[in-house]
Design a protein around this ligand. Structure first.
Ligand SMILES: [Fe+2]
Length: 314
């Protein structure tokens, strides 16, 4: 992505916009393309204002009326990317894509991870993969293990280069429940007292998959710098085992305090899913979790998921 696109182009896209405010993110506005010998012409003739609605003070923007099953124009792709960097969570309602179309849409933003490849599985599909609460017989089941996505986490932090973004498309959703919560760890970092910022500067967190503790651990900065916006954010959550160099009890207490801080309501956006919602979020400055509730054992919840590769956190 072009680094110049990280700054919202219009005042209305600024993260300080209040929730539910309708904002324009300027798709289709003419841009100056005059070369040394050319007359001035708009970059394209059609001028369309893409409308977006901010969802919460903590982040989230809803963009309706776009069709993601088709290849994106460069202008739409750029507008989506700017909205993503400014608001961290982008919700596209009414998207009924095939798994292949979703994989292709994710590919606009980087290299899409192929599910199962890391395990050397023979089946490798260039399609979104399926996540559900169903057992082998197709019945809903609530499985709460220590690796479950009911715990606050960022996706695959136990990789040396964890994914930059994840997208889920809701295929089947419960009539109530099954919400996803997102906690903005950049806002949470900003709100820390200076003495805490000093205390945690330079600390590194050790991650190991909670579902396979035999795997090699990796460590990442507890405070990571967003590679595109330069904002600092806390990076931790489930799959983090401890902080390097701290006594065990102190490490556990600090991680617990930071989690309590970062998941306070003012830092959280809760998404209520509808079938057809496609939600993409930035793993580099958010924690998320599936809210565990009784609906998970009563109703089917089927999602299609795509993950785009990121860079080594710094
Ligand atoms: Fe997740």
């Amino acid at each position: 992505m072009n680094p110049s696109s990280v700054v919202p182009a219009k005042a209305g896209t600024h993260p300080s916009a209040s929730p539910n405010e309708t904002i324009g993110i300027g798709v289709g506005e003419p841009t100056h393309t005059r070369g040394p010998t050319e007359p001035w012409v708009p970059a394209f003739a059609r001028t369309t204002e893409l409308r977006a609605e901010k969802l919460a003070a903590a982040g989230g923007v809803r963009i309706a009326g776009v069709e993601l099953s088709e290849p994106l124009s460069p202008e739409l792709k750029d507008a989506i990317w700017r909205a993503f960097l400014a608001h961290h969570i982008v919700v596209f309602p009414g998207q009924f894509l095939t798994r292949g179309q979703q994989f292709a849409f994710a590919g606009n933003f980087g290299e899409v991870e192929v599910h199962g490849a890391h395990r050397g599985e023979a089946k490798r599909y260039d399609v979104a993969h399926v996540m559900s609460n169903l057992d082998a017989d197709g019945n809903p089941v609530l499985r709460v293990s220590k690796a479950a996505n009911y715990h606050w986490h960022t996706d695959k932090p136990y990789h040396a280069a964890p994914p930059m973004l994840t997208m889920l498309r809701a295929v089947e959703v419960p009539p109530t429940g099954g919400d996803t919560e997102f906690a903005n760890t950049a806002l949470a970092y900003d709100a820390l007292p200076d003495e805490t910022k000093w205390r945690i500067a330079g600390l590194r967190v050790v991650f190991r998959p909670a579902f396979d503790e035999s795997r090699a651990a990796v460590d990442h900065p507890l405070v990571r710098m967003h590679p595109e916006t330069g904002r600092k954010a806390l990076y931790f959550g489930n799959h983090s085992t401890h902080i390097l160099g701290l006594p065990e009890a102190e490490s556990a207490a600090l991680l617990g305090e930071l989690l309590d801080h970062a998941t306070q309501p003012q830092f959280v956006y809760r998404h209520r899913w509808r079938a057809g919602d496609l939600v993409m979020w930035d793993n580099r400055c958010l924690l998320h979790r599936l809210v565990a509730d009784d609906s998970m054992r009563r109703y089917r919840r089927v999602m299609h998921r795509s993950v785009v590769r990121g860079t080594v956190p710094v």
